[in-house]
Design a protein around this ligand. Structure first.
Ligand code: 3HC
Ligand code: NAI
Length: 696
């Protein structure tokens, strides 16, 4: 045929193998070739049935997302997967889709255009389009309800969850589980069904007739409360069409809804993030190989907040961990926290009790260095104190094998300073996990000046094994995330000083889509910790830079946030924020002393001040090389700081509103609030003037 699909004959069964590495994405060209191959085999008199399968590690991971991005940008003709899939369904010889790996989105839609589906037990099936701000666009919203029923189909499309083969079989999506090798099983199955009458998915409407409209209505009510809901609502509309309209008209309706979603900013943002997450794993110019430093067994030093989270993350991934503390008491506390993490995972149905016990059994708590000579990586998570960390590194250097990687989880110290004196700067690296480390998916990987590139590559690969998005960050204060988050938090504090209430500031940012408002973040990390960070960073600020008097006042009053029950807000046992009754007076007092007149501040100004300061700092981070690409900053903020994924991250968001607009806002704030805080980053100014973008 051609290079995208291969055709072979196995006696009376024709076999079509899709060969579009790495994941057999269903581009228009693949779909066309697939349909042509099926039709060619169907016309062969010696063939009684046809098997379609994917080469390599998967069936079809979905429509080709690169092509979707081109279509969305008007650089490629509209998607047409519907007609090739319809031709497959029209084959006069039965088509058996043989599934391994992923049959997601367009992959599942292709599978449903066959007459039968067999899947290996480990196969994953689902409709993840919603995660890309889309709905299925290759007949999926019309065929899926016919196989699993409209309510189940709607749930699959609005949640984007994938399922294993057995669950898919129980729902009617898969006909048989292929035990043993897939192709021989599929061939046997294809011979068994060869003489049965063809049953097209689009003709099977029994399940459409028995739908409970109240359940669909309940799903509609649910999505209305989940922003951004465009794709979810569109998915429900398309599924409704499957009940009300004939198949072909339903498909037309689906196409209209799909195209509208594809043009939306949310979809462009989500597709940007999909590629950003994968681009982050690639280090420009790094010839390093993760193979030289294979990480099989690890150790963690310190069983506090971070050490326990990091240990849980390793154990969750089945990596054996030695966990070292200074005392049995601290170790006992740490292990209790780790067990609680696993209990929560069992409670949420993510792990079986047995699996949780096995994972915990893979952790070896200890107060000495026994066994450290066998580990491939040590992560230290002791106090944030340079001298303490240097001592730990020196002790480790004497204990571990020469090729063992030493990582520090420091959030603010210089990785080179921590490595100095250990004699192993080439094997030392920063691995900045985020709290809670077993949940948060961001990992900043911070090579020092002398870190061996193979060590960096090994840590990036390990990040992926832990299910994290690993991003390389330069060894500069605050790395990427904390550095650009600082001005965001700072503006949040200033806004209260100038007249906004804490609630107004937090609500404006939450409405913008942030997971939490800036002052709620301050209260969570602790006013004492925030102040300490400000002091550390502030050392390099010019003397004229404004400081937050209210942060200082809260600190002096011992109002450290959630942990003391009072900070920017008050907190009861339920941890829900309530207005701090003393704050308004503090703010008035502070304004009187500073001679500022408090004023009403609009939600738009609140958002602009916080978000533009973040973007401006992001531009500096980019121009000085602390991040390799703008999209790395997006990955950091979406996965580490609660920036709304549907806006694509701060740098992509800046591109969507226009860098000239961002620059104008920054210059406006510079005029009002002074140049030390609001000087536009040269890169922002240059791109805005030349009509460029961060992501371009
Ligand atoms: N289109 C284009 N490229 C894809 C792709 C797709 N659907 N899925 C994965 N890739 C690429 C990745 O960009 C990556 O490329 P790179 O090596 O150049 O960076 C490579 O394949 C490997 O991907 P991963 O690193 O993600 O590999 P994993 O093994 O970790 O995961 C996977 C495999 C679970 C299949 C994961 O890639 C995935 O979730 N893919 C996307 C699935 C999806 O969203 N499908 C729906 C697409 S939209 C659609 O189908 C619309 C339709 O209804 C019309
Ligand atoms: P923590 O105070 O909760 O825990 C530190 C633990 O280290 C304590 O249990 C202590 O007993 C132990 N320890 C101290 N010296 C030790 C030694 N020589 N050997 C073994 N154990 C020792 O601190 P936390 O919050 O876990 O922070 C740890 C590190 O992680 C710090 O560098 C911090 O900056 C960083 N970090 C913290 C984040 C957070 O949100 N808490 C986020 C990201 C990084």
């Amino acid at each position: 045929m051609n290079e995208l699909v291969r055709v072979s004959l196995q006696d009376d069964v024709g076999v079509v193998t899709i060969d579009n590495p790495p994941v057999n994405a269903l581009s228009s060209a693949v779909a066309k070739s697939l349909a042509a191959a099926v039709l060619e085999l169907a016309g062969n008199d010696s063939i009684r049935s046809i098997v379609v399968l994917g080469s390599g590690s998967t069936f079809i991971a979905g429509a080709d997302i690169r092509e979707l991005a081109q279509i969305g940008a008007g650089e490629a003709p509209p998607l047409d997967l519907l007609s090739p899939l319809k031709s497959i369904e029209d084959s006069p010889k039965p088509v058996v889709m043989a599934i391994h790996g992923a049959a997601l989105g367009g992959g599942l839609e292709a599978a449903m255009s066959g007459h039968y589906r067999v899947a290996v037990p480990g196969a994953q099936l689902g409709m993840p389009e919603v995660k890309l701000g889309l709905i299925p666009g290759a007949g999926g919203t019309q065929r899926l309800p016919r196989l699993v029923g409209p309510v189940q189909a709607a749930e699959m499309c609005i949640e984007g969850r994938s399922m294993g083969a057995r669950e898919a079989r129980d729902l009617g999506l898969v006909d048989e589980i292929a035990e043993g090798e897939l192709l021989p099983y599929a061939l046997r199955f294809a011979r068994q069904i060869a003489s049965r009458p063809i049953r097209k998915t689009r003709d099977r409407d029994e399940k459409l007739r028995s739908v409970d409209p109240a359940k669909l209505q309940a799903l509609r009510a649910r999505v209305a409360t989940e922003p951004p809901s465009r794709a979810r609502v569109a998915a429900l509309d398309a599924i409704q069409a499957s009940i009300e309209l004939p198949f072909d008209t339903g498909c037309q309706r689906e196409a209209e809804l799909f195209n509208a979603c594809l043009q939306s900013v949310e979809s462009r943002a989500a597709i940007h993030l999909f590629f950003a997450e994968r681009a982050a794993a690639k280090i420009p110019g790094l010839a390093g190989s993760p193979k030289r430093f294979e990480i099989r067994k690890v150790a963690v030093v310190g069983a506090g907040t971070m050490g326990t989270g990091i240990t849980t993350a390793f154990a969750q991934s089945g990596i054996p961990v030695l966990l070292k503390e200074v005392s049995e008491e601290a170790l006992g506390r740490g292990m209790a926290n780790i067990r609680a993490n696993f209990d929560r995972a069992v409670g949420k149905g993510r792990l079986t009790q047995q699996a949780a016990e096995d994972r915990v059994a893979g952790i070896h708590p200890q107060i000495d260095f026994t066994g450290f000579e066998q580990v491939d990586l040590v992560v230290e998570a002791v106090f944030e104190d340079l001298a303490v960390k240097q001592t730990v590194m020196a002790d480790l250097s004497k204990t571990v094998r020469p090729e063992c990687i030493l990582a520090t989880n420091t959030s603010s110290l210089d990785v080179d300073a921590i490595a100095s004196g250990s004699g192993r700067a080439d094997k030392t690296i920063g691995l900045h996990f985020f709290s809670p480390a077993n949940v948060m998916r961001l990992l900043e990987v911070v090579p020092g000046a002398q870190t061996d590139p193979d060590v960096t590559a090994a840590c990036m690969a390990m990040g992926k094994r832990l299910g994290k998005f690993a991003v390389v960050a330069g060894n500069r204060p605050g790395f990427i995330g904390n550095r650009a988050f600082r001005p965001y938090l700072r503006e949040g504090r200033f806004l209260v000083e100038e007249g906004a209430s804490v609630e107004e500031v937090n609500e404006a940012l939450v409405r913008f889509g942030m997971g939490m408002g800036p002052l709620a973040v301050d209260d969570l990390i602790g006013i004492d910790v925030s102040r300490h960070i400000e002091e550390q960073f502030g050392r390099s600020d010019p003397a004229s830079v404004r400081r937050s008097a209210l942060l200082e006042a809260l600190y002096r009053a011992g109002s450290f946030g959630q942990k003391t029950g009072r900070g920017w807000s008050d907190y009861g046992a339920d941890r829900k924020p309530r207005p701090n009754p003393e704050l308004a007076a503090l703010a008035e007092d502070d304004a009187a002393k500073a001679g500022t007149k408090r004023r009403h501040i609009s939600p738009d100004e609140i958002v602009d001040r916080c978000i533009c300061s973040l973007i401006n700092e992001g531009a500096r981070i980019l121009e000085e090389g602390t991040a390799y690409r703008a999209s790395d900053i997006d990955v950091v903020f979406v996965h580490g700081y609660g920036f709304p994924a549907w806006r694509g991250g701060p740098m992509f968001y800046a591109d969507t509103i226009g860098l000239d607009t961002v620059l104008a806002k920054v210059q406006g704030f510079q005029e009002r609030f002074g140049s030390d805080l609001w000087a536009p980053a040269p890169l922002l100014a240059e791109l805005a003037r030349s009509g460029g973008t961060f992501s371009g």
